[in-house]
Design a protein around this ligand. Sequence first.
Ligand code: AMP
Length: 300
Amino acid sequence: MTMQILSATQTLSTIDGMRDACAEARRAFGARCRLGLVPTMGALHEGHLSLIRAAKRECDVVAVSIFVNPTQFAPGEDFERYPRPFEQDSALLDAEEVDLVFAPSAEEMYPHGVPQAFVDVPEIGGRLDGQFRPGHFRAVATVVAKLFHIVGPDLAFFGQKDAAQVAVLRAMVRELNFPLQLRVCPTVRESDGLALSSRNRYLTTEQRADALVLWRSLNAARILADAKTADAGTLRQAMLRVLQSSPNVRVEYADIVHPNTLLPLDHIREGALVAVAAHVGTTRLIDNILLPPSIVGRER
Ligand code: AMP
């Protein structure tokens, strides 16, 4: 829980400024200060706010970064059109009483234009979304490592919505001994099940309706698992049938994998990750569920 030692939200755009502000906040709270970081690309919605609220519950000081990281977008992806409603985001962060906002420019983060060093999680980073977005997770791991070095958080908050990102960052933190803990928060959804995403604002009304097949496909898998179907192939086929019921949806993958290794599972077991990615029009959407221990792994 945050105390009002830090009175208003402070926004920093330089690395040195952010480092100083973090150090000052830590000094204000003393040696036991818990600093939480919520990395985002802005265009904030309730999903982001749920991470911020989780951080506020556990930390003395909460920092949010807003950075649309150019290196994690491939040519032809949506970097240029990615929404950047900075004023609106700032108002939301003020209202949430976030202590520190780090919003650097691309030049501040990459003064040489392109990164001169990378953090790579080569195996896990090449699976699931990594198969279809080569280099994406290397760019994500690199920018998150930079943010961790700049902010020095004790806790960092991410959404289960980006399940492959979570697996990559867990491996990075473990393998490179980052002195912090990751917290993974549940996916926030619209009342009809659509996972909140900054990219949902690209969808037309018709595409918004089509996009619901992602959630329906995950439910088809969940229902089978609940009825004790353990064969991953059967679940996949059921998902694909749902996804293919909409002609405007182009499936990229529908997979059942281990949540940490992202390797495909033949048989469903505790904590299996059921994940889907599809294009609805020109918008790429992802979603997933974790099959809870209460559903899988029971006597059949
Ligand atoms: P982004 O701004 O899309 O990079 O997302 C920033 C963080 O918010 C990531 O850790 C995402 O996983 C998380 N996030 C995005 N959408 C949701 C959601 N619907 N529910 C919970 N967390 C989310």
